[in-house]
Design a protein around this ligand. Structure first.
Ligand code: PMP
Length: 360
């Protein structure tokens, strides 16, 4: 044996055994248990640890894989879905992508209704995963043509089919009570001081908040973050009155015009709310690339802006957790296109030294 190989063997024999996850029972076993990443530059700047769940590392590439798995398991447990059955859902895309993966892995068909304002990448991916996709006009929930109501009617017409109803089915929130919350608690040794994120269904915020508050009571603060046009910020800060949606945002999958059944049981756990302008979210998305090497979508960037703001409000030396909901891959034709950014008047929000990332 030559001396180099001998030296390598000695080094290996003193190394600690690697801690790696066990063999997973199929794809669904690979959902969750994502890393909690400290944003090194941003944390130094604010004087608190900004800790982010790397949800793009889920098999379907987003935080919604967790909810998708729980929604399907819930339908199975309630006897609503028999082998070979069909899962129907209304989604901005990520829940659909999660469901499409879980359905393929478990042998179900998958039908997705989504607002036609969503990125082409998400529609293409859903179809590649074998889902039947119906992009429909983006109208308010009150309108019977809203994508959720269309999904409901579609499921009702089929045998052995279920509308999983991510917005109001609390199996969604349970996914985060049983996985996201406990993971953040364990990864911080219980020392998390704050959690903040934006809401679509509200499942991530409500479920994680429930677990962390059950563990830490008032020693952990919970903030909600809204994009422009969403009404939950004003609901929480102005005495629980719902306002008309007004304004719009370039974020996808977040912002809400009502208190969903997933959010309702835990709304009182929310200690504060923030509205984050699109300009700040887009700028943060480019900063995350440049300073942290992290390639995530604009809802993730919004969460980081909110976490920084929360850190400022709670004072230095805290640990603030949030989620990086998905990667930028599924939005790149928009978020890295100069023409698109100009059409949304967001090109000027990106500082000179970050303009080099606008490559499309
Ligand atoms: N970010 C993105 C990109 C999403 O697609 C979603 C879900 N639509 C969320 C955040 C919000 O997650 P939740 O539904 O758990 O509130």
């Amino acid at each position: 044996m030559n001396h180099l190989r001998l030296a390598a063997r000695r080094a290996y024999s003193t190394a600690k055994p690697a801690v790696v996850p066990r063999i997973t029972p199929g794809l669904v076993g690979a959902i969750g248990n994502t890393p909690l990443i400290r944003l090194n530059h941003i944390s130094e700047e604010v004087g608190s640890d900004i800790l982010c769940k790397a949800e793009w590392m889920n098999p379907g590439g987003s935080v919604k894989d967790r909810a998708a798995l729980y929604l399907v398991q819930d339908a199975e447990e309630r006897g609503l879905l028999q082998p070979g059955g069909t899962v129907v859902e209304g989604t901005a895309g990520n829940t659909g992508i999660g469901l499409a993966h879980v359905c393929r892995a478990k042998g179900y068909k998958c039908v997705i209704y989504m607002p036609n304002t969503q990125s082409q990448e998400k529609i293409d991916l859903l179809r590649m995963l074998g889902a039947e996709v119906y992009p429909v006009p983006a109208v308010a929930y009150e309108n019977p043509e809203n994508y959720n109501h269309q999904a409901s009617r579609h499921a009702a017409k089929l045998e052995n089919a279920v509308h999983t109803q991510q917005f109001d089915n609390i199996a969604n929130r349970r996914a985060h009570i049983e996985t996201t919350g406990p993971e953040i608690y364990a990864q911080t040794n219980g020392e998390v001081d704050g959690f903040v994120c934006a809401t679509g269904t509200g499942g991530t915020l409500a479920g994680t908040a429930r677990y962390l508050k059950d563990m830490k009571g008032d020693n952990v603060k919970i903030f909600l973050a809204d994009p422009p046009g969403s009404v939950l910020h004003s609901y929480i800060t102005s005495g629980k009155k719902l306002f008309e949606r007004s304004g719009s945002s370039v974020t996808e999958g977040i912002g809400q015009g009502r208190v969903t059944d997933n959010l309702a049981p835990d709304v009182d756990l929310i200690d504060g709310a923030l509205t984050i302008p699109d300009e700040d979210s887009i700028k943060m998305m480019y900063r995350l690339l440049d300073e942290e090497g992290i390639y995530v979508g604009v809802s993730s960037a919004l969460n980081v802006v909110a976490a920084v703001e929360m850190a400022k409000q709670l004072g230095k030396g805290k640990k603030i957790a949030t989620v990086l909901c998905d990667g930028a891959y599924r939005y790149q034709s928009r978020l890295f296109s100069r023409q698109w950014l100009e059409s949304k008047k967001l090109d000027t929000a990106i500082p000179e030294h970050l303009q080099k990332y606008i490559i499309l």
